[in-house]
Design a protein around this ligand. Structure first.
Ligand SMILES: NC(=O)c1ccc[n+]([C@@H]2O[C@H](COP(=O)([O-])OP(=O)(O)OC[C@H]3O[C@@H](n4cnc5c(N)ncnc54)[C@H](OP(=O)(O)O)[C@@H]3O)[C@@H](O)[C@H]2O)c1
Length: 302
């Protein structure tokens, strides 16, 4: 039996899908037992929905009984460190043999990070390394998710632009979070995950793209001109709060990614072990072909 925390999210839902496809039993954790994403997971063979808040230690202790391996991801939240630490402690107490944790950008995962969720991830990873006991573990550090575009630009696409505090020539090796999920599932299913024990592994998508190339892909897919426009970081933060509903602290923290991109920090490749296991294959072109048609139309067509 496997346990996936954060099962309704971008990465967790793919881990559940892949584990289900391989024929094993999966406990899929979510705070709510209703909603479209839960219903989708519920339809998968071998999947049991576990409705439990990650702050509920007793609920987690019960849910982790009989579980062999755990995938741990949680959306960025003020309580993220405590929530993930609760899962780690429950997994150790239940005698789980392996846990894969979804980290964030390794470059800003530290105690004094300017990025608040970078400090949360540091606390989680410190706890994991110190408290895992006999349980084996691995931390994954993925590149910027392609799915960030859903929150970031769908408000500006109708006006013919993607708008970031970046130059058109800035570039990154963005990854589809489903590729991260594919890798994590393969690791959990491995007959000897001890070869990944204690490792911090990197994951990036298959292509390096500039922001102007990304705009060109939107242009091609939507059949109308989409330009790459530059805004200031405070403008992006304000738009993320007003347009996409980010909490203020999270918008400020997420905006730090643009400095990392400008400095080339998102040009890392995937760790060789993971390239051998399940190489990330979903391209930005494919992601845009899948998602751009769902974006709102330009005002004239509304
Ligand atoms: N975005 C990126 O570019 C990027 C890149 C690398 C790493 N990361 C890291 O990846 C993680 C996010 O992964 P993801 O996109 O798969 O996650 P997600 O979809 O944002 O969230 C995963 C799940 O977390 C659960 N959750 C529980 N408590 C929560 C709370 N208080 N606030 C928000 N969600 C909560 C939610 O499930 P229920 O509502 O069903 O309970 C949600 O579906 C973060 O830790 C982030 O630092 C992100």
């Amino acid at each position: 039996m496997f346990f996936v925390a954060g099962a309704t999210g971008n990465v967790g839902s793919q881990v559940v899908r892949k584990l289900s496809e391989s024929g094993v039993g999966v406990k899929a954790q979510t705070r709510s037992s209703t909603g479209g994403k839960v219903a989708e997971l519920q339809r998968l063979p071998g999947v049991e929905i576990v409705a439990c808040d990650l702050m509920d230690k007793a609920g987690l202790a019960e849910a982790l009984q009989g579980v062999k391996a755990v995938f741990l991801v949680c959306g960025n939240a003020k309580e993220q460190a405590q929530m993930e630490i609760n899962v780690i402690d429950a997994a150790v107490a239940a005698g789980c043999t392996y846990l894969v944790e979804n980290g964030t950008h390794a470059g800003y995962t530290n105690k004094d990070s300017p990025v608040e969720f970078g400090r949360h991830h540091w606390e989680i990873e410190e706890h994991l390394a110190k408290s895992a006991g006999a349980m084996k573990w691995t931390v994954l550090h993925a590149n910027w998710f392609m799915s960030n575009h859903l929150g970031d630009i769908f408000g500006t696409l109708p006006n013919g632009a993607i708008v970031y505090p970046l130059k058109p020539e800035d570039k990154a090796q963005l990854v589809d979070p489903r590729d991260v999920g594919d890798i994590a599932a393969q690791m959990l299913l491995d007959s000897d995950p001890s070869k990944y024990h204690g490792l911090h592994l990197m994951i990036s998508g298959p292509d390096v793209l500039t922001w102007s190339q990304i705009a060109a892909l939107y242009t091609e897919e939507l059949g109308r001109p989409i330009e790459m426009a530059t805004c200031s970081e405070p403008e992006w933060v304000a738009a993320a709060i007003k347009g996409s509903g980010f909490e203020h602290w999270l918008a400020e923290a997420a905006a730090h990614n643009f400095k990392v991109i400008r400095d080339g920090g998102f040009l890392h490749t995937t760790s060789p072990q993971l390239l051998a296991l399940a190489p990330p294959r979903r391209t930005m072109k494919e992601w845009i072909a899948e998602w751009a048609p769902r974006s709102p139309p330009p005002p004239a067509a509304q």
